[in-house]
Design a binder for this molecule. Structure first.
Ligand code: HEC
Length: 216
């Protein structure tokens, strides 16, 4: 029963983790090097046993992209608030959030955010996202922390993954129950249908939602 562990090792050696940002010549050259480490014999074994492992790899890749999205957005947000104040930070969310999502949507992946209560209509959930967000809500009410909630779906052509986003202290200024009146007015000018307010600390603010086309 060495096949599964061997395949796992072989698969981990494969360059499937290429992130949006290392999609350049450097990662291409390291790809060919690591691909050369996988023997033909192992590659044929992969065909029969890699279904489960493939799913694990997709999950890791999704989690990796989420880490980048969350990290980049939060640092842009915190810097903007510190250097130019909350009113300016609204523009950062408005412009940078979709931009970072776009930058991470490479190699068949689509990276976005959604919520049961959205600020921007384009982030409204589709059917699977809606059901998943409701399920997150139920699990949250049952005692699971927002940071622990994830879900995935593997279809014949598409892999999907969602991870709940907890509400931090810094989020409350723009998504809490007592948003400053001027700030609230400027948010409403930009987002007339905004319902993304009234959240409290550690609430589920929404979720990262990712999908990847898995057959060409
Ligand atoms: C300075 C104000 C501001 C702060 C602080 C802020 N947001 Fe937002 N948030 C916005 C704006 C503006 C949008 C709409 C972005 C867009 O157009 O895609 C938004 C959208 C979102 C969305 C996408 C879903 C939706 O409602 O359209 C999520 C999820 C979200 N914010 C989570 C957070 C979290 C988590 C924090 C804290 C780490 C946070 N926000 C802090 C202003 C803010």
């Amino acid at each position: 029963m060495l096949i599964k562990p061997l395949c796992t090792i072989a698969l981990l050696a494969l360059p499937l983790f290429g992130s949006a940002q290392d999609n350049n010549n450097i990662s291409l050259s390291s790809q060919s090097q690591s691909a050369a480490l996988v023997s033909d014999e192992l590659v044929s074994q992969l065909d029969v046993t890699n279904e489960f492992t493939q799913q694990e790899l997709l999950t890791s890749e999704a989690q990796h992209r989420i880490k980048q999205f969350a990290g980049q957005l939060k640092s842009a947000l915190v810097t903007a608030i510190k250097e130019q104040g909350l009113a300016h930070a609204v523009n950062v969310c408005h412009e940078r959030a979709p931009q970072i999502a776009q930058e991470l949507s490479t190699d068949g992946w689509r990276v976005a955010r959604t919520s049961l209560k959205t600020r921007n209509d384009v982030n409204k959930p589709d059917q699977w996202e809606l059901e998943t967000l409701k399920d997150f809500d139920r699990r949250f009410k049952g005692g699971t922390a927002a940071s622990q909630l994830t879900a995935s779906l593997t279809g014949p052509e598409q892999y999907r993954y969602m991870k709940a986003i907890p509400t931090d202290q810094v989020c409350l200024a723009c998504h809490g129950s007592s948003v400053d009146a001027d700030l609230s007015a400027s948010i409403n000018r930009m987002y007339p249908n905004d319902i993304a307010i009234g959240f409290t600390l550690e609430d589920i603010r929404g979720a990262f939602t990712l999908s990847k086309q898995i057959n060409e």
